[in-house]
Design a protein around this ligand. Structure first.
Ligand code: NI
Length: 255
């Protein structure tokens, strides 16, 4: 059984077949799915999805690239919405310096504010960090993120940086990039990351693994990620599924 820790089934790329696709997942061994909010709109859609499907859970938050639309009222809405019993964490939040917008100071401000919301609500965080390792680490240390806990989603940094996040007690999200021929840095990191800190994720519709690279991704493709991790770690695919399933339950504090 596979625990999908990070998907975006609200994305319009799923408009044509969302219901059929979601209903096919449990029968294909995808036992739990966490849909991740990124904007006010996708947070609303996440709430709809968790109402509709038993096996779908939600994470609510504002992605760094969407922080320019965030205001105090938005944060207040989040604080109420995340009280939903199927809301497992605050996310995805963080820093993304790949794009020039929004201004870095705006991203940092709302990263801190959402970290503090998670602390207040006793929820873990799902962190998105791209081309922003040092600032992410600095803010996490200043805000004592080790007391909040969570996952670094779609981890894209070196094994040395992984160690810093692991030392803060965080889990590391691994997805399709592990199958890419240019995914050497991630493969090296996964060699070093202890098996009990890895969780499976797609970030679908993005980042489909080989042999579907460039196509629309879905949780059905996680088997390719499982296979790649099994090979690197020298364990069976069943062990990868079982261990990452237990890790995800601990990450999201599910009984
Ligand atoms: Ni995502």
């Amino acid at each position: 059984m596979i625990f999908e820790t990070h998907a975006h089934y609200d994305d319009r790329q799923f408009d044509e077949d969302r219901d059929d696709l979601l209903r096919s997942l449990p029968g294909a061994g995808i036992d739990k799915v966490v849909n991740i909010g990124a904007s006010m709109g996708s947070n609303q859609q996440t709430l709809e999805l968790i109402k509709q499907y038993d096996f779908v859970y939600g994470v609510l938050g504002i992605h760094p690239n969407d922080t320019d639309q965030l205001e105090e009222a938005g944060l207040e809405w989040l604080e109420e919405a995340c009280k939903h019993p199927k809301c497992l964490a605050i996310g995805e939040i963080g820093l993304d310096y790949y794009w020039d917008e929004p201004d870095r100071e705006i991203q940092k401000k709302w990263f801190r504010r959402q970290l503090n919301l998670a602390r207040k609500m006793h929820l873990p965080v799902v962190i998105h960090s791209r081309d922003a390792a040092q600032d992410t680490i600095d803010i996490m240390k200043e805000e004592k993120a080790q007391e909040i806990g969570g996952v670094i989603h779609c981890f894209s940094y070196t094994k040395e940086t992984a160690k810093i996040f692991l030392d803060m007690g965080f889990y590391i999200g691994v997805g399709g990039v592990i199958t890419f021929s240019n995914g050497k840095k991630l493969k090296e990191a996964v060699e070093e990351i202890p098996m009990d800190r890895i969780v499976l994720e797609t970030d679908c519709p993005y980042l489909a693994p080989v042999p579907f690279r460039g196509k629309r991704n879905s949780s059905l493709n996680l088997t390719y990620v499982v296979e790649a991790i099994a090979e690197i770690k020298g364990i069976s695919k069943e062990e990868v599924e079982r261990i990452t399933y237990d890790n995800a339950k601990r990450l999201y504090r599910m009984a």
